[in-house]
Ligand binder design. Structure first.
Ligand code: ZN
Length: 199
């Protein structure tokens, strides 16, 4: 049912497709956008298109990057002996905020999820296994979220790493079960890292 102009309805429709945006918020955003100046609207549109066109994935850790190597992998002061495996680039951001961790990362871009038909080959697991050949590497920390899928993914990866003779650890359960690393506070993240146990 059309309530406004067709153009606005299309804009509302697009906002409503975004995660966490309900109908009312989509409407509010659409009206906010049409009240912006032409220049501001262009800036917003450019930011969306540029982000999509120019984002790359680090060829080492698969994190989002501006070049073929992300700023963490490219930083010689980061400890190459430890890789912390996370689900999502936002988890890297959360762990970095806590300033506790000085090793490197590996971003899976999801978890194994039979419910959502997400199989191991759809994640960046092959890329992680390739990195195990690095002789400097001593420990892989599995920091997937404490959800059913996150635990299953950690167990799956731990089994793959074992034959390489590299220490595999799982972050402690300081994080609330079902809670996301992304939303955890710095102290909780530090404690979860500190209390990690060997698998
Ligand atoms: Zn990287």
């Amino acid at each position: 049912m059309q309530h406004f102009s067709n153009h606005i309805d299309i804009l509302i429709e697009q906002f409503a497709k975004l995660p966490g945006i309900g109908r009312k918020t989509a409407q509010r955003l659409a009206f906010h956008v049409i009240n912006l100046s032409q220049e501001e609207v262009q800036e917003l549109a450019d930011a969306v298109v540029n982000a999509k066109e120019n984002i790359m994935y680090c060829q080492q850790c698969c994190n989002i990057a501006d070049s073929s190597l992300c700023s963490i992998c490219g930083n010689p002061s980061r400890d190459s002996a430890i890789i912390c495996v996370v689900e999502d680039p936002r988890d890297v951001a959360a762990l970095e905020r806590s300033r506790e961790y000085r090793g490197k990362y590996h971003v899976l871009h999801g978890t194994i999820s039979p419910m959502d038909s997400i199989t191991p080959d759809m994640l960046k697991i092959k890329e992680l296994i390739k990195r195990l050949a690095d002789t400097e590497l001593q420990e892989v920390i599995l920091a997937t979220n404490p959800t059913i899928d996150g635990e299953a993914t950690a167990m799956y990866i731990a089994r793959l790493i074992k034959p390489f003779g590299i220490k595999v650890t799982r972050i402690a359960h300081g994080l609330p079960v079902g809670g996301d690393i992304e939303y955890a506070d710095d102290v909780t993240i530090s404690k979860a890292l500190e209390g990690r146990r060997e698998l």
